[in-house]
Design a protein. Sequence first.
Length: 226
Amino acid sequence: MCKKITDVLLKMRDEKHANFSAKLMPTIDPKTVLGIKTPLLRKYAAEIYGTEAATEFMQALPHNFFEENNLHAFLIERINNFDNCIEALEKFLPYVDNWATCDSMRPKVFKRNLDKLEVKAKEWIKSTEAYTVRFGIEMFMVYFLDENFSSEHTEFISKIHSDEYYVKMMIAWYFATALAKQYYKTMPYLENNVLDIWTHNKTIQKAVESYRITKEQKEYLKTLKR
């Protein structure tokens, strides 16, 4: 049954799109990219979710193709029980090997369980797996920068030290988004040079590119570049 799903994906292969997509993901082998567009994969996930074939597919780790990982992510998104979703996610996260798969997972059940999600996200950012850390930071960026914001979150994210490019990039993305949503509470991290130089400057770059930050704020941010 698991092979049947892979066979379907192989028939959906789009070589032109595969060549384009592979260039965006330097961490994975281009030969593993089939070029299936995300809307088609999400549609297929909806069609097979809950079937015996899908269950078997999710147990067959690691996968061989980039799109198999994305399909796995989209199946996890559809799990409507928080504990079951977390169980499936934690089995899958160690096998995530690229930013695109990592950033594509948005389980709907998370919005209804923010207290539990906060606890899990704190655990994920302590992981030794780069994309598990990235995913944890992303959860704080997506779900905890508006009415659920806490300065505690920015504090412990500022203390994450990693040489992994995709972790550092997510930290910069988090702080740039925090500047857009919690400007005055986030600014001290840049004014006081809390972040490493690369992450500090990347945060400013991404913030300056944001349409959610005012012209005056952008001009001040440029003066803080190190």
